[in-house]
Design a protein around this ligand. Structure first.
Ligand SMILES: [Fe+2]
Length: 306
């Protein structure tokens, strides 16, 4: 093994000085700094990819599988984002864009609107193969990005970005600060739940039965099978009334998942979501999870000041 490889400091989730320093300096968009990955980081990718592959073949929707092929994700090393983007961009205009950490709500959705997907560059360490509360490059690039090769799904993400702008527009005229914050918080909660139960944990009717298109499922070895096979999971056709009022818990396998018929169906649902926002139907959704972080709320409040 060449000295330079084994000596690389690594970009391991929770232990990546390059990323932490960028964050401290307030730099959200960063380079992938590929040479910093350690051999152990590549090994983590290899193991994650090798064990996911048969599960994808069994449970992923066919568009996802075609996306993995189209991007030629390497099985044996962490992918370079510029290589991924060279194959992705001509298909849907989407690009994976390296970030140093959490992207505040409005900025995140605004990126989607520009067809940029904020992408984590660190990878989980080998002792946490199964579950990681925060995203890593396996979740973002192996779980999300193959879906971005599909035109209808890519358009859904752009429409989520439009919805964030609509939320700002709809509340910009409210002069009472507290009332504006209250209303935005409710809309943001509805939007996170909708995003959670579709883009992250969505199920779809497929040619061979129910399959997964949500990236939280597609990047989890244990939960992907559980989501499709387990009798402990409730699976229902997506109903907007339910989804926007349903608390989303992140620290265990999801006991409740929603099914759409197709990406065109999902696209139509985002339209309906936006219409409901315009009609004020999202101004008082059920309280509960997710909690809306101060930084997320601020990103929406400040977007309206332009
Ligand atoms: Fe995600």
């Amino acid at each position: 093994m060449p000295q330079t490889l084994s000596a690389a400091p690594g970009l391991t989730t929770g232990h990546a000085p390059f990323v932490e320093e960028a964050r401290e300096r307030g730099h959200l968009y960063i380079t992938q700094a590929y040479e910093l990955y350690s051999e152990e980081n590549h090994e983590a990718w290899r193991r994650l990819f090798a064990r996911m592959r048969p599960r994808w073949e069994q449970y992923a929707n066919p568009h996802f599988l075609r996306g993995v092929e189209a991007l030629q994700l390497p099985p044996d090393r962490i992918p370079r984002l510029d290589e991924v983007n060279r194959r992705l961009e001509p298909l849907t205009g989407f690009q994976a864009k390296a970030v140093s950490g959490y992207v505040p709500g409005f900025l995140f959705f605004d990126c989607l609107r520009r067809r940029e997907f904020p992408t984590t560059i660190t990878i989980r360490d080998k002792d946490h193969m199964d579950y990681l509360p925060e995203p890593d490059i396996f979740h973002d690039v192996a779980g999300h990005v193959p879906m971005h090769t599909q035109r209808a799904f890519a358009d859904v993400l752009v429409r989520f970005g439009d919805c964030a702008h609509t939320a700002v527009e709809m509340t910009a005229g409210i002069r009472d600060y507290a009332e504006r914050a209250r209303r935005l918080t409710s809309i943001m909660r509805a939007m996170s739940r909708f995003f959670w139960f579709t883009v992250e944990f969505g199920l779809m009717r497929g040619p061979r039965g129910i399959c997964a298109y949500g990236s939280g499922l597609l990047s989890s070895y244990g939960e992907l099978q559980h989501a499709i096979e387990s009798g402990a999971v409730q699976r229902y056709p997506l109903q907007m009334e339910w989804v926007i009022n349903q608390g989303a818990e992140i620290d265990h396998y999801q006991p409740l998942l929603f099914i759409v018929d197709s990406f065109d169906h999902l696209f139509g649902l985002v339209d309906r979501f936006e219409n409901w926002m315009r009609e004020g139907k999202l101004d008082n959704v059920a309280p509960g999870l997710p909690q809306i972080a101060e930084s997320d709320l601020r990103s929406f409040m400040e977007a309206g000041r332009a």
